[in-house]
Design a protein around this ligand. Structure first.
Ligand SMILES: Cc1cc2nc3c(=O)[nH]c(=O)nc-3n(C[C@H](O)[C@H](O)[C@H](O)COP(=O)(O)OP(=O)(O)OC[C@H]3O[C@@H](n4cnc5c(N)ncnc54)[C@H](O)[C@@H]3O)c2cc1C
Length: 388
């Protein structure tokens, strides 16, 4: 059992850490300014420029298979890198990334969807949730009816990340009304110019998702992704990939803000002594550090398990549930330690506070993760003590 990164992994971690400190953190004031004016934190061009710089350092396609030019570093490294880039709120991700389910594209679809997405030429979005179907995805109603060699899509999707920016959507629709859920849902690749429109949804965070409206949108039959009626499985695969990474995002962000609290508590004097001298503050710092460490190990266990080719779904739910809640607790404590300043927009803590609340909702809410964990234990799919 090895509980440390290899020298090579540490070197990669250090390189990304420096990239984040040198290229991303200096952009934070500008991101805050832009967002205050209702603009995206950084422009698409700026993001591309940063992705190019990262690519020059070898960071392109972190988990993209080598046959597509990716680095294919594996999930442990995905966790390491996600933690590092989450130490800033600058909205950045490495280039050469495409949704895991786009690898189910056939050769023709790969040319139109997978490859342009990897190259940053096209933006995708994942459209499963509907006004009447969030946690209970089996209730989706978006209909797809076959007419000749086309499918006609009608319905609405809601809360779709990137829905306003996307060039195409991976849309889940009911193709067999008798079955619905498993066996009755198909995933379609639907270009924006096929006729769907999007409406921005204002949220408390800065990553406004969108509603997608489908009004008799005609989709050629060759745009079915994977198997006809096989969409539900694809949806679960997409969600499963992102779930435990929410925990990684929480770990990186919590580490950054806790350091801010440590620095602040040493400088801020009240009643003649630094805050850092007070047990009330020390205990908040200590509890936060312990919780970050615990979340980190859950994340790495989920990542490592996946790298072994094993089923990590139980661990992914644990990493997401604990990580998301840990992140919220730590950011709340850090805001408290900063007092009134923590509540202002002069500091980024309130921005993190708003973003962190989402971690408990998307990719399966807290309650859904608890449901999964409890079901696995009660049905005996997982036994206590089996996980290491
Ligand atoms: C900013 C943002 C971005 C998103 N991005 C995407 C995206 O890109 N693509 C996409 O498809 N979706 C996306 N979502 C949707 C997200 O996945 C759903 O909001 C989430 O799954 C919860 O569904 P819901 O909002 O319908 O809540 P509901 O399912 O209505 O749940 C409401 C509350 O009841 C609880 N609950 C539900 N069922 C049970 C139960 N059986 N037992 C106990 N409690 C229960 C839930 O945990 C929750 O607290 C996004 C959401 C947000 C806010």
């Amino acid at each position: 059992m090895h509980l440390r990164l290899t020298e090579e992994q540490k070197m990669i971690q250090q390189t990304v850490r420096k990239f984040v400190q040198k290229e991303l953190m200096p952009l934070e004031p500008e991101v805050l300014r832009n967002e205050r004016e209702g603009k995206p934190g950084i422009s698409r061009e700026k993001k591309k420029e940063l992705q190019k710089k990262a690519a020059d350092l070898g960071f392109w396609g972190i988990n993209t298979p080598k046959e597509y030019g990716g680095a294919d570093l594996g999930q442990v490294m995905q966790a390491v890198l996600t933690i590092e880039i989450s130490k800033t709120f600058v909205p950045f991700f490495f280039g050469g990334y495409a949704d895991n389910i786009l690898y189910y594209c056939n050769e023709e679809q790969k040319k139109r969807y997978l490859i342009p997405t990897l190259n940053g030429e096209r933006i995708s979005c994942f459209a499963l949730t509907e006004p009447g179907a969030g946690s209970d995805t089996r209730r989706i109603k978006m209909s797809a009816e076959k007419r000749g060699n086309e499918w006609v899509l009608n319905g609405e999707k809601i809360f779709i990340t990137n829905g306003n920016e996307a060039d195409f959507a991976m849309v889940f629709a009911v193709t067999d009304k008798e079955k619905k859920g498993h066996g009755g849902v198909t995933c379609f690749l639907v270009d924006r110019d096929m006729g769907w429109r999007s409406e921005y949804i204002h949220t408390m965070g800065e990553w406004g998702p969108a509603s997608l409206i489908f009004d008799n949108v005609r989709v050629p039959e060759e745009n079915v992704l994977g198997e006809l009626h096989g969409g539900y499985q694809l949806g679960l695969e997409w969600i499963g990939f992102h779930r435990w990474l929410v925990g990684a995002r929480a770990v990186g962000s919590a580490e950054r803000v806790l350091q801010m609290a440590i620095d602040h508590s040493k400088q801020r004097i009240t009643f003649g002594r630094p805050l850092a001298d007070r047990q009330a503050i020390q205990w908040q710092i200590a509890d936060s550090a312990v919780e970050i460490e615990a979340a980190k190990w859950l994340v790495f266990n989920a990542a490592w398990t996946l790298d072994q080719g094993e089923d990590n779904r139980h661990l992914a739910s644990m990493a997401k549930l604990f990580g998301a809640n840990m992140g919220n607790r730590v950011i709340d404590r850090v805001l408290q330690i900063h007092g009134g300043m923590g509540y202002t927009k002069e500091l980024p803590i309130e921005r993190w506070y708003r973003e962190a609340r989402l971690w408990r909702i998307y990719d399966g809410t807290d309650e859904i993760q608890r449901m999964i964990i409890a079901r696995n234990l009660l049905k005996g799919h997982v036994k206590l003590g089996d996980l290491v």
